[in-house]
Design a protein around this ligand. Structure first.
Ligand code: PRX
Length: 653
């Protein structure tokens, strides 16, 4: 396997005083999944076990094969079956719960909007009709560039209804990033908005979208613009641009027959950082993805129709797709959508939303939990959070301390906390405890879910001993898996798959260790991807943007283990490494990638530590950023630079 990086350094984490927390008895009695036989059932039934997941959906045509593995690593799930994702998330709930809330939305300015399933049905249909009117046909990729407003899930569902795959681009990404994704996805339609509030200020999203259209190679056929800001921001629409409100009004009351899609047809594409500087387009198929998402929303997050469930992730990323939109709506529950940041207008916000909505299941990231801890327990403690039944976390490792804090102050000391591991590519949760069955170990994600064959292996693909670091792989296909990459089959195979003696193995890119009980500890990425602020970045992509700044010669970017981006930068000898340059670097990153990519620290250094072959020792830089001990540096071509970097880091702090 490429790239070392699993160096045993973190094994201390594994050894250190472990606690095991049993699922609370009350919870187990009422849990969706409380029969431990489920593990054995999946084990003995093989892929057919996933029929349970498919059975959570309504199929237009029954599938004839659960898994077609005839041409690995190109796997196809539920072949021969036909279904429509929007019909599954909306129409089928009309019979039993048309007046139940589907979406409760809270805006940054204290606005509220609620959609019952009937409302959702009406607007999704009207917008689907509007999209058709603009010329959108089955299989046309539609790019969505919207903040957390109800029109985002509505547009996703409208696309799904007419069989047009969506390509959601996080609203905080830059014009350039949007242009790249429009071109790469070969998309001819864009749905965006006038703007949105960033704290107090009205921010112009439309001008970013306009800018992207100028930069993109492709000419769009049409764009739709949602009016989020009303009078706060006036934007003018071009001749091929249509106001969302007008389109929906013009088609109000129309119904559009949901298009029956093959289970293997594309539901959406989502761009994510890979091992090169260019993002890659992960493709998810309709049947397998939706089955896996629905099954895990029920069995891992314990969500049912009468829940009020809140996944705090932005819909611009995979968590929001799977567990903010498709999972909860497929199950017919009420999902909370929040536009703002957790500390706006104040630090009561999250707890106030949980209290006023009696949220029962809350799913967020360790990054958010760290902020909550920093702000203090007095905020959650001042609210009645007794409605909470289950807590979830995703995106990074959570420390045992943060896990306990979360359970204590948000979960009333009682609620199970599920630490869920998965990726854009896995589509849905792959490792986690089943909260009504499996004991929890704070700081470790659970064992593989039933039906997921995750292993921790060495360079040769052999399982490592318990506690030893290795590479996390998944050794058989699973329904939510990506069906391919937009960049083609070769890239898909090269990026993810290794052919071993006993079959194909999916490479996650994560380093991990597994304990005697099969619980996995994630040790971080072993490739050039960093996870910070619950986002995934490719270091080469960030570094390329920094090196574009005038005066910069070289850059290396690392995560500091605490959710921050640290950039080490060398400059031309005639350039002053001053605050102006710092700002220029940060602005450059914001411009080419988005504000989310602004580094937290920029450390100027005369040189970067390199091996004799000229490779930058990113590991060493990571250790320095984390303030950790590091080993022998004598193998470096320029060992003297390490001391200088350390003092630069100290000065800068
Ligand atoms: O490194 C793992 C980390 O996030 C990566 C996937 O990032 P992304 O595709 O953006 O999806 C994030 C949300 C699903 C993984 O390769 N990761 C995800 N969940 C966990 C995690 N690391 C530790 N613990 C987790 N629970």
């Amino acid at each position: 396997m490429e790239d070392a990086g699993v160096d045993g350094r973190q094994t201390g984490v594994i050894a250190d005083g472990e606690t095991v927390v049993d699922p609370p008895r009350d919870f187990c009695e009422r849990a969706v999944a409380n029969d431990e036989g489920v593990y054995d059932a999946f084990e003995s039934e093989g892929p057919a076990a996933w029929e349970r997941a498919a059975a959570l959906l309504d199929w237009e045509t029954e599938y004839d094969q659960v898994l077609d593995d005839g041409d690995p690593p190109f796997y196809e799930w539920f072949t021969g079956g036909e279904l429509n994702a929007a019909a599954n998330c909306v129409d089928r709930h009309l019979e039993d719960r048309r007046n139940q809330l589907a979406i409760r939305w809270f805006g940054k300015r204290g606005e509220r909007r609620s959609y019952t399933y009937l409302d959702l049905h009406r607007e999704v249909n009207a917008f689907a009709a509007g999209l058709r009117d603009l010329g959108v046909e089955e299989d046309d990729v539609v790019t969505l560039y919207l903040p957390m407003i109800p029109e985002l899930p509505i547009a996703m569902l409208a696309c799904a209804r007419i069989g047009a795959p969506h390509n959601v681009v996080f609203a905080g990404l830059s014009a350039e990033a949007l242009a790249t994704r429009i071109d790469a996805a070969d998309s001819s339609y864009l749905i965006t908005c006038d703007g949105y509030y960033r704290r107090e200020d009205a921010f112009n999203q439309k001008s970013k979208a306009d800018n992207a259209r100028l930069r993109a190679d492709a000419d769009l056929d049409a764009a739709v613009v949602v009016d989020r800001l009303g009078d706060a921001l006036a934007v003018s629409l071009g001749s091929d641009e249509h106001a969302y409100g007008d389109l929906v009004d013009a088609h109000d009351g129309e119904t559009v027959e949901p298009v029956a899609r093959d289970a293997t047809d594309l539901l959406f594409v989502m761009y994510t950082s890979g091992t090169t500087g260019r993002p890659k387009g992960v493709e998810h198929a309709t049947g397998g993805y939706l089955s896996h998402v629905a099954w895990t929303t029920r069995n891992v997050l314990d969500v049912r129709p009468d829940d009020t469930y809140w996944c705090a992730a932005d819909i611009g990323w995979i968590t929001g797709h799977s567990y903010g939109v498709y999972g909860p709506l497929a199950l017919g529950t009420t999902t909370v959508l929040y536009e703002g940041s957790p500390d706006y207008p104040d630090r009561e916000r999250v707890w106030d939303l949980i209290e006023r909505n009696a949220v029962t299941v809350f799913y967020t990231s360790p990054t958010a939990i760290r902020s909550f801890m920093k702000w203090g327990a007095e905020y959650p403690d001042a609210h009645d959070l007794s409605s909470i039944r289950l807590l979830g976390t995703v995106g990074e490792s959570i420390t045992p301390k943060a896990w306990r804090w979360y359970r204590e102050h948000v979960g009333g000391g009682e609620a199970p906390v599920v630490d869920t591991w998965w990726q854009t590519e896995t589509g849905a949760i792959a490792l986690a405890t089943l909260p009504g069955i499996t004991p929890m170990k704070p700081g470790k994600v659970g064992p593989s879910l039933p039906g997921i064959d995750a292993r921790v292996v060495d360079e040769d693909g052999e399982p490592v001993d318990p506690g030893e670091p290795g590479y996390l792989t998944i050794d058989s296909p699973w329904p939510g898996m990506l069906r391919g990459l937009r960049e083609g089959d070769e890239r898909y195979r090269r990026e993810y798959w290794i052919e071993g003696e006993d079959g194909w193995r999916y490479r996650t890119g994560d380093g991990a260790a597994v304990d005697e009980d099969g619980y996995v500890t994630i040790l971080g990425r072993v490739d050039d991807v960093i996870n910070v602020r619950a986002r995934r970045f490719n270091t080469a992509e960030l570094e390329a943007a920094i090196v574009d700044t005038d005066g910069v010669t070289e850059a290396a970017v690392v995560g500091d283990g605490d959710g921050r981006i640290v950039a080490y930068v060398t400059t031309r000898s005639d350039v002053d490494p001053d605050d102006r340059l710092r700002d220029a670097i940060a602005d450059g990153l914001a411009d080419s990638i988005g504000d989310v990519a602004r580094p937290d620290r920029i450390v100027f250094t005369p040189d970067l530590p390199k091996t004799r072959s000229g490779k930058i020792m990113r590991r060493l830089l990571e250790d320095i950023a984390r303030g950790e001990e590091f080993g022998d540096v004598s193998a470096l071509r320029n060992p003297e630079v390490v001391g200088e970097i350390e003092s630069a880091v100290r000065e800068d702090a």
